[in-house]
Design a binder for this molecule. Structure first.
Ligand code: HEM
Length: 406
Protein backbone atom coordinates (compact mmCIF):
# COMPACT_ATOMS: atom_id res chain seq x y z
CA UNK A 1 0.00 0.00 0.00
CA UNK A 2 1.41 3.40 -1.00
CA UNK A 3 0.45 5.53 2.01
CA UNK A 4 1.35 8.69 0.12
CA UNK A 5 -0.87 7.93 -2.90
CA UNK A 6 -3.35 10.72 -2.14
CA UNK A 7 -0.79 13.48 -1.63
CA UNK A 8 -1.06 15.90 -4.63
CA UNK A 9 2.07 16.75 -6.66
CA UNK A 10 3.78 19.95 -5.49
CA UNK A 11 4.62 22.84 -7.85
CA UNK A 12 8.33 23.26 -8.50
CA UNK A 13 9.44 26.35 -6.53
CA UNK A 14 11.47 29.03 -8.39
CA UNK A 15 14.71 28.23 -6.54
CA UNK A 16 14.66 24.59 -7.79
CA UNK A 17 16.19 24.27 -11.29
CA UNK A 18 14.35 21.93 -13.68
CA UNK A 19 17.64 20.02 -14.16
CA UNK A 20 17.47 18.78 -10.55
CA UNK A 21 13.87 17.52 -10.67
CA UNK A 22 13.26 13.75 -10.64
CA UNK A 23 10.07 11.73 -10.26
CA UNK A 24 10.81 10.03 -6.96
CA UNK A 25 8.25 8.56 -4.57
CA UNK A 26 9.79 7.34 -1.30
CA UNK A 27 7.04 4.72 -0.97
CA UNK A 28 7.56 3.33 -4.46
CA UNK A 29 10.96 4.52 -5.74
CA UNK A 30 12.13 3.87 -9.32
CA UNK A 31 12.90 0.17 -9.72
CA UNK A 32 10.07 -1.07 -7.50
CA UNK A 33 7.21 -3.08 -8.93
CA UNK A 34 3.88 -2.79 -7.11
CA UNK A 35 5.74 -1.32 -4.12
CA UNK A 36 7.99 -4.40 -3.77
CA UNK A 37 11.53 -5.47 -4.59
CA UNK A 38 13.63 -8.51 -3.75
CA UNK A 39 16.70 -6.40 -2.81
CA UNK A 40 16.06 -2.96 -1.38
CA UNK A 41 19.75 -2.09 -0.90
CA UNK A 42 20.57 -2.91 -4.55
CA UNK A 43 17.63 -0.73 -5.57
CA UNK A 44 18.90 2.23 -3.47
CA UNK A 45 22.40 1.72 -4.86
CA UNK A 46 21.00 1.90 -8.40
CA UNK A 47 19.33 5.21 -7.52
CA UNK A 48 22.60 6.53 -6.05
CA UNK A 49 24.42 5.55 -9.25
CA UNK A 50 21.88 7.07 -11.66
CA UNK A 51 20.64 10.22 -9.86
CA UNK A 52 22.40 13.49 -8.96
CA UNK A 53 23.85 13.65 -5.41
CA UNK A 54 20.95 15.98 -4.61
CA UNK A 55 17.63 16.21 -6.48
CA UNK A 56 14.12 17.52 -5.87
CA UNK A 57 10.87 15.58 -6.29
CA UNK A 58 7.31 16.97 -6.50
CA UNK A 59 6.00 13.83 -4.74
CA UNK A 60 4.97 13.74 -1.08
CA UNK A 61 4.68 17.49 -0.65
CA UNK A 62 7.83 18.32 -2.65
CA UNK A 63 11.23 17.69 -1.06
CA UNK A 64 14.95 17.30 -1.77
CA UNK A 65 16.70 13.90 -1.65
CA UNK A 66 20.39 13.31 -0.84
CA UNK A 67 22.09 9.98 -1.55
CA UNK A 68 25.75 10.37 -0.55
CA UNK A 69 27.60 9.85 2.74
CA UNK A 70 28.87 13.46 2.91
CA UNK A 71 25.43 15.11 2.63
CA UNK A 72 23.67 12.55 4.88
CA UNK A 73 26.39 13.23 7.49
CA UNK A 74 25.74 16.98 7.17
CA UNK A 75 22.00 16.45 7.75
CA UNK A 76 22.65 14.66 11.04
CA UNK A 77 25.76 16.49 12.28
CA UNK A 78 24.95 20.14 11.51
CA UNK A 79 21.91 21.00 13.64
CA UNK A 80 22.69 24.69 13.13
CA UNK A 81 21.77 24.18 9.44
CA UNK A 82 19.15 21.45 9.67
CA UNK A 83 16.24 21.06 12.10
CA UNK A 84 14.88 17.65 13.21
CA UNK A 85 11.29 18.87 13.60
CA UNK A 86 9.99 17.14 10.44
CA UNK A 87 11.90 13.88 9.95
CA UNK A 88 9.09 12.06 8.12
CA UNK A 89 8.05 12.30 4.46
CA UNK A 90 5.41 13.54 3.72
CA UNK A 91 5.19 16.04 6.58
CA UNK A 92 2.45 15.04 9.03
CA UNK A 93 2.18 11.37 8.00
CA UNK A 94 2.99 10.21 11.55
CA UNK A 95 1.88 12.06 14.66
CA UNK A 96 4.68 13.85 16.52
CA UNK A 97 6.88 11.23 18.23
CA UNK A 98 8.41 13.36 20.91
CA UNK A 99 12.10 13.85 21.74
CA UNK A 100 13.45 12.70 18.36
CA UNK A 101 11.61 15.66 16.77
CA UNK A 102 12.94 18.33 19.09
CA UNK A 103 15.87 20.69 18.50
CA UNK A 104 18.07 22.32 21.14
CA UNK A 105 17.46 23.72 23.72
CA UNK A 106 14.42 21.44 24.33
CA UNK A 107 16.01 18.24 22.99
CA UNK A 108 18.96 17.67 25.43
CA UNK A 109 16.91 17.45 28.67
CA UNK A 110 14.45 15.03 27.06
CA UNK A 111 17.26 12.94 25.58
CA UNK A 112 18.90 12.75 29.01
CA UNK A 113 15.65 11.41 30.40
CA UNK A 114 15.17 8.77 27.66
CA UNK A 115 18.81 7.71 28.08
CA UNK A 116 17.95 6.52 31.60
CA UNK A 117 16.17 3.52 30.05
CA UNK A 118 19.53 2.31 28.71
CA UNK A 119 21.53 1.73 31.91
CA UNK A 120 24.22 -0.95 31.75
CA UNK A 121 22.18 -3.04 34.19
CA UNK A 122 19.07 -2.83 31.98
CA UNK A 123 21.06 -3.63 28.84
CA UNK A 124 22.63 -6.68 30.45
CA UNK A 125 19.34 -7.98 31.79
CA UNK A 126 17.66 -7.46 28.42
CA UNK A 127 20.52 -9.19 26.60
CA UNK A 128 20.44 -12.28 28.81
CA UNK A 129 16.69 -12.69 28.30
CA UNK A 130 16.89 -12.02 24.55
CA UNK A 131 19.62 -14.65 24.13
CA UNK A 132 17.56 -17.19 26.06
CA UNK A 133 14.54 -16.50 23.82
CA UNK A 134 16.69 -16.84 20.67
CA UNK A 135 18.15 -20.19 21.81
CA UNK A 136 14.69 -21.59 22.62
CA UNK A 137 13.33 -20.67 19.17
CA UNK A 138 16.38 -22.02 17.35
CA UNK A 139 16.12 -25.37 19.15
CA UNK A 140 12.46 -25.55 18.18
CA UNK A 141 13.06 -24.61 14.52
CA UNK A 142 16.19 -26.64 13.72
CA UNK A 143 14.55 -30.07 13.24
CA UNK A 144 11.75 -28.54 11.17
CA UNK A 145 13.83 -27.75 8.08
CA UNK A 146 12.03 -24.52 7.21
CA UNK A 147 10.60 -21.37 8.77
CA UNK A 148 8.90 -18.05 8.21
CA UNK A 149 11.91 -16.04 9.42
CA UNK A 150 10.13 -12.73 10.04
CA UNK A 151 7.35 -14.16 12.14
CA UNK A 152 9.08 -17.06 13.83
CA UNK A 153 12.50 -15.59 14.67
CA UNK A 154 13.28 -11.95 13.81
CA UNK A 155 10.24 -10.45 15.52
CA UNK A 156 10.55 -12.25 18.83
CA UNK A 157 13.96 -11.15 20.15
CA UNK A 158 13.44 -7.34 19.93
CA UNK A 159 10.10 -7.65 21.73
CA UNK A 160 11.58 -9.71 24.56
CA UNK A 161 14.35 -7.09 24.71
CA UNK A 162 12.14 -4.03 25.11
CA UNK A 163 9.80 -5.82 27.53
CA UNK A 164 12.82 -6.33 29.77
CA UNK A 165 14.13 -2.83 29.11
CA UNK A 166 10.83 -1.30 30.18
CA UNK A 167 10.37 -3.70 33.11
CA UNK A 168 7.30 -5.43 31.63
CA UNK A 169 6.41 -9.13 31.93
CA UNK A 170 7.57 -11.39 29.10
CA UNK A 171 4.14 -13.04 29.07
CA UNK A 172 3.07 -10.01 26.97
CA UNK A 173 5.31 -11.17 24.11
CA UNK A 174 2.78 -13.16 21.99
CA UNK A 175 0.20 -10.34 22.14
CA UNK A 176 2.77 -7.67 21.27
CA UNK A 177 4.25 -9.77 18.49
CA UNK A 178 0.80 -9.98 16.92
CA UNK A 179 0.22 -6.24 17.46
CA UNK A 180 3.57 -5.36 15.88
CA UNK A 181 2.69 -7.45 12.82
CA UNK A 182 -0.62 -5.65 12.44
CA UNK A 183 1.18 -2.27 12.72
CA UNK A 184 3.40 -3.01 9.69
CA UNK A 185 2.88 -0.46 6.88
CA UNK A 186 0.53 -1.97 4.31
CA UNK A 187 -1.27 -4.29 6.77
CA UNK A 188 -5.07 -3.87 6.41
CA UNK A 189 -5.39 -3.33 10.19
CA UNK A 190 -2.50 -0.85 10.40
CA UNK A 191 -4.47 2.24 11.50
CA UNK A 192 -6.51 0.35 14.10
CA UNK A 193 -3.36 -1.40 15.36
CA UNK A 194 -1.59 1.97 15.91
CA UNK A 195 -4.59 3.17 17.94
CA UNK A 196 -4.51 -0.09 19.91
CA UNK A 197 -0.78 0.42 20.63
CA UNK A 198 -1.48 3.94 21.93
CA UNK A 199 -4.23 2.64 24.22
CA UNK A 200 -1.88 -0.13 25.41
CA UNK A 201 0.88 2.35 26.33
CA UNK A 202 -1.63 4.70 28.01
CA UNK A 203 -2.87 1.80 30.16
CA UNK A 204 0.73 0.89 31.03
CA UNK A 205 1.44 4.47 32.18
CA UNK A 206 -1.82 4.54 34.15
CA UNK A 207 -0.84 1.29 35.87
CA UNK A 208 2.58 2.70 36.87
CA UNK A 209 0.93 5.83 38.30
CA UNK A 210 -1.14 3.56 40.56
CA UNK A 211 1.53 0.89 41.18
CA UNK A 212 4.90 2.61 40.99
CA UNK A 213 8.03 0.45 40.99
CA UNK A 214 11.63 1.07 39.89
CA UNK A 215 11.23 0.41 36.16
CA UNK A 216 11.62 2.97 33.35
CA UNK A 217 7.91 3.80 32.95
CA UNK A 218 7.59 4.43 36.71
CA UNK A 219 10.65 6.68 36.45
CA UNK A 220 8.96 8.60 33.63
CA UNK A 221 5.83 9.08 35.69
CA UNK A 222 7.91 10.74 38.43
CA UNK A 223 10.31 12.58 36.08
CA UNK A 224 10.64 16.32 35.76
CA UNK A 225 12.00 18.10 32.71
CA UNK A 226 12.91 21.79 32.75
CA UNK A 227 11.49 22.04 36.31
CA UNK A 228 8.05 20.70 35.47
CA UNK A 229 6.21 17.37 35.31
CA UNK A 230 5.90 15.64 31.95
CA UNK A 231 2.57 16.04 30.21
CA UNK A 232 0.51 12.94 29.41
CA UNK A 233 1.36 13.21 25.73
CA UNK A 234 5.09 13.56 26.47
CA UNK A 235 5.05 10.37 28.55
CA UNK A 236 3.17 8.55 25.81
CA UNK A 237 5.58 9.76 23.12
CA UNK A 238 8.67 8.79 25.11
CA UNK A 239 7.45 5.22 25.68
CA UNK A 240 6.33 5.01 22.05
CA UNK A 241 9.76 6.22 20.87
CA UNK A 242 11.63 3.58 22.88
CA UNK A 243 9.26 0.82 21.74
CA UNK A 244 9.05 1.73 18.03
CA UNK A 245 12.74 2.79 17.81
CA UNK A 246 13.79 -0.67 18.92
CA UNK A 247 11.35 -2.89 17.04
CA UNK A 248 11.28 -2.40 13.27
CA UNK A 249 14.94 -1.43 13.02
CA UNK A 250 16.47 -4.56 14.58
CA UNK A 251 13.88 -6.87 12.99
CA UNK A 252 14.56 -5.55 9.51
CA UNK A 253 18.31 -5.23 9.75
CA UNK A 254 18.66 -8.88 10.86
CA UNK A 255 16.19 -9.97 8.14
CA UNK A 256 18.11 -8.14 5.38
CA UNK A 257 21.34 -9.75 6.61
CA UNK A 258 19.70 -13.19 6.69
CA UNK A 259 18.47 -12.78 3.10
CA UNK A 260 22.00 -11.87 2.02
CA UNK A 261 23.50 -14.91 3.79
CA UNK A 262 20.80 -17.22 2.37
CA UNK A 263 21.81 -16.03 -1.12
CA UNK A 264 25.56 -16.18 -0.44
CA UNK A 265 26.31 -19.54 1.23
CA UNK A 266 30.08 -18.97 1.04
CA UNK A 267 29.68 -15.84 3.24
CA UNK A 268 27.40 -17.80 5.58
CA UNK A 269 30.20 -20.38 6.00
CA UNK A 270 32.81 -17.64 6.48
CA UNK A 271 30.79 -16.09 9.32
CA UNK A 272 30.21 -19.51 10.94
CA UNK A 273 33.89 -20.45 10.64
CA UNK A 274 35.12 -17.20 12.22
CA UNK A 275 33.33 -16.77 15.57
CA UNK A 276 36.24 -14.60 16.77
CA UNK A 277 35.23 -12.01 14.13
CA UNK A 278 31.69 -11.70 15.52
CA UNK A 279 32.06 -8.01 16.43
CA UNK A 280 33.35 -7.24 12.92
CA UNK A 281 30.38 -9.12 11.43
CA UNK A 282 28.00 -6.99 13.52
CA UNK A 283 29.72 -3.78 12.35
CA UNK A 284 29.55 -4.92 8.71
CA UNK A 285 25.84 -5.79 9.08
CA UNK A 286 25.11 -2.31 10.43
CA UNK A 287 27.01 -0.70 7.50
CA UNK A 288 25.62 -2.90 4.72
CA UNK A 289 21.94 -3.19 5.73
CA UNK A 290 20.76 0.25 6.90
CA UNK A 291 17.06 0.75 7.60
CA UNK A 292 15.99 4.39 8.03
CA UNK A 293 15.06 7.11 5.50
CA UNK A 294 14.75 10.33 7.52
CA UNK A 295 14.51 14.02 6.73
CA UNK A 296 15.57 17.39 8.09
CA UNK A 297 14.31 20.92 7.43
CA UNK A 298 16.66 23.70 6.22
CA UNK A 299 16.94 26.40 8.89
CA UNK A 300 18.09 29.07 6.44
CA UNK A 301 18.73 29.74 2.75
CA UNK A 302 22.01 28.06 1.80
CA UNK A 303 24.10 26.45 -0.94
CA UNK A 304 24.17 22.72 -0.31
CA UNK A 305 25.78 20.03 -2.48
CA UNK A 306 25.47 22.32 -5.52
CA UNK A 307 21.79 23.18 -4.97
CA UNK A 308 20.23 26.31 -3.49
CA UNK A 309 18.07 25.41 -0.48
CA UNK A 310 15.49 27.77 0.91
CA UNK A 311 14.64 28.02 4.60
CA UNK A 312 11.85 25.48 5.31
CA UNK A 313 12.82 23.07 2.50
CA UNK A 314 12.59 19.43 3.57
CA UNK A 315 15.66 17.29 2.73
CA UNK A 316 15.36 13.49 2.84
CA UNK A 317 18.46 11.36 3.48
CA UNK A 318 18.47 7.78 2.28
CA UNK A 319 20.54 6.76 5.33
CA UNK A 320 21.41 3.21 4.10
CA UNK A 321 23.26 4.82 1.17
CA UNK A 322 25.74 6.42 3.59
CA UNK A 323 27.19 2.92 4.07
CA UNK A 324 27.05 2.03 0.38
CA UNK A 325 28.93 5.01 -1.04
CA UNK A 326 32.04 3.99 -3.02
CA UNK A 327 33.49 7.46 -2.33
CA UNK A 328 33.90 6.26 1.27
CA UNK A 329 33.93 2.43 1.09
CA UNK A 330 35.81 0.07 -1.17
CA UNK A 331 33.48 -2.53 -2.75
CA UNK A 332 30.47 -1.12 -0.84
CA UNK A 333 28.00 -3.83 -1.88
CA UNK A 334 30.33 -6.59 -0.72
CA UNK A 335 30.34 -8.07 2.80
CA UNK A 336 33.88 -7.97 4.15
CA UNK A 337 34.59 -9.51 7.57
CA UNK A 338 37.97 -7.79 7.61
CA UNK A 339 36.81 -4.27 6.78
CA UNK A 340 38.31 -1.82 9.24
CA UNK A 341 36.72 1.52 8.23
CA UNK A 342 32.97 1.07 8.10
CA UNK A 343 31.78 4.67 8.54
CA UNK A 344 28.04 5.17 7.99
CA UNK A 345 25.02 7.07 9.33
CA UNK A 346 22.73 4.08 9.84
CA UNK A 347 22.40 4.95 13.54
CA UNK A 348 22.37 8.67 12.76
CA UNK A 349 25.01 10.91 14.30
CA UNK A 350 25.27 14.24 16.12
CA UNK A 351 22.65 15.23 18.71
CA UNK A 352 20.12 12.53 17.70
CA UNK A 353 22.57 9.61 17.52
CA UNK A 354 20.53 6.44 18.19
CA UNK A 355 20.13 5.93 21.92
CA UNK A 356 19.53 2.21 21.34
CA UNK A 357 22.71 1.64 19.31
CA UNK A 358 24.57 -0.33 21.98
CA UNK A 359 21.48 -2.42 22.67
CA UNK A 360 20.91 -3.02 18.94
CA UNK A 361 24.51 -4.22 18.54
CA UNK A 362 24.05 -6.61 21.47
CA UNK A 363 20.92 -8.00 19.79
CA UNK A 364 22.73 -8.34 16.46
CA UNK A 365 25.54 -10.14 18.25
CA UNK A 366 23.02 -12.65 19.57
CA UNK A 367 21.72 -13.05 16.02
CA UNK A 368 25.25 -13.72 14.70
CA UNK A 369 26.31 -16.05 17.53
CA UNK A 370 23.09 -18.00 17.92
CA UNK A 371 21.34 -17.93 14.53
CA UNK A 372 24.33 -17.74 12.17
CA UNK A 373 26.52 -19.84 14.47
CA UNK A 374 24.11 -22.65 15.31
CA UNK A 375 21.66 -23.08 12.43
CA UNK A 376 22.45 -25.55 9.63
CA UNK A 377 23.27 -23.84 6.31
CA UNK A 378 20.03 -22.16 5.21
CA UNK A 379 18.74 -20.98 1.84
CA UNK A 380 15.68 -19.16 0.45
CA UNK A 381 12.79 -21.70 0.53
CA UNK A 382 12.05 -23.17 -2.89
CA UNK A 383 9.09 -21.54 -4.61
CA UNK A 384 9.37 -18.35 -2.47
CA UNK A 385 11.13 -15.01 -3.01
CA UNK A 386 12.09 -12.50 -0.34
CA UNK A 387 9.90 -9.41 -0.57
CA UNK A 388 11.01 -5.97 0.66
CA UNK A 389 9.40 -2.53 0.71
CA UNK A 390 10.33 0.96 1.76
CA UNK A 391 9.11 4.25 3.21
CA UNK A 392 10.29 5.89 6.44
CA UNK A 393 11.90 2.55 7.09
CA UNK A 394 13.10 -0.16 4.72
CA UNK A 395 11.31 -3.33 5.68
CA UNK A 396 11.06 -7.01 4.93
CA UNK A 397 7.60 -8.24 4.07
CA UNK A 398 8.29 -11.94 3.66
CA UNK A 399 11.25 -14.23 4.11
CA UNK A 400 10.90 -18.01 4.02
CA UNK A 401 13.95 -20.16 4.63
CA UNK A 402 14.73 -23.87 4.38
CA UNK A 403 17.65 -26.11 5.35
CA UNK A 404 18.53 -29.77 5.65
CA UNK A 405 17.80 -30.76 9.25
CA UNK A 406 20.85 -32.38 10.87
C1 HEM B 1 19.54 -1.78 14.07
C2 HEM B 1 18.83 -1.09 14.92
C3 HEM B 1 18.62 0.39 14.93
C4 HEM B 1 18.79 1.33 13.92
C5 HEM B 1 19.28 1.10 12.50
C6 HEM B 1 18.41 2.62 14.49
C7 HEM B 1 18.47 3.82 13.79
C8 HEM B 1 18.29 5.07 14.38
C9 HEM B 1 18.55 6.33 13.73
C10 HEM B 1 18.99 6.51 12.27
C11 HEM B 1 18.29 7.32 14.63
C12 HEM B 1 18.49 8.82 14.42
C13 HEM B 1 17.21 9.53 14.04
C14 HEM B 1 17.48 10.92 13.53
O1 HEM B 1 18.63 11.32 13.32
O2 HEM B 1 16.47 11.64 13.31
C15 HEM B 1 17.83 6.67 15.85
C16 HEM B 1 17.43 7.35 16.99
C17 HEM B 1 16.89 6.71 18.10
N1 HEM B 1 16.84 5.36 18.34
FE1 HEM B 1 17.53 3.92 17.11
N2 HEM B 1 18.00 2.44 15.78
C18 HEM B 1 18.12 1.10 16.09
C19 HEM B 1 17.82 0.50 17.29
C20 HEM B 1 17.27 1.12 18.37
C21 HEM B 1 16.86 0.48 19.60
C22 HEM B 1 17.04 -1.00 19.90
C23 HEM B 1 16.28 1.44 20.38
C24 HEM B 1 15.63 1.31 21.73
C25 HEM B 1 15.19 0.24 22.29
C26 HEM B 1 16.38 2.70 19.67
C27 HEM B 1 15.95 3.92 20.15
C28 HEM B 1 16.23 5.14 19.55
C29 HEM B 1 15.87 6.42 20.14
C30 HEM B 1 15.19 6.63 21.49
C31 HEM B 1 16.29 7.42 19.23
C32 HEM B 1 16.10 8.94 19.36
C33 HEM B 1 17.36 9.64 19.80
C34 HEM B 1 17.21 11.16 19.81
O3 HEM B 1 16.43 11.71 19.03
O4 HEM B 1 17.91 11.80 20.61
N3 HEM B 1 16.97 2.47 18.45
N4 HEM B 1 17.88 5.30 15.68
Amino acid sequence: MDISANVPLAQRPDHVPASLVRDFNLYSPPGMINGETDDIHALWKQIQDTHPDIFWTPRNGGHWVVTRYAEIADLTMKPELFSSTEPFVPIGIIPHVGPSQLDAPEHPPFRKLVAQAFTLENLEKAEIRARKAAITIIEELKPRGRCDFMHEFAGVMPIVTFLNLLGMPESEQPYLHNLAERMTPGHPEMVAAHAEATAYIEALIEDRIENPSNDFVSLLVRAQVMDRDLTEIERLNIVRLVVTGGLDTVINMSSFATTYFARNPEKQREVKDNPDLCDRVVEEITRRFGTSNLARVARKDMDFAGAKLQRGDQVLGIFPLSGLDERVHEDPMGFNLHRTRGRHMNFGSGPHLCLGMRLAKRELKIFVEEWMGKMPEFRIAEGTAPSMSTGIINYMRDLHLEWDPA
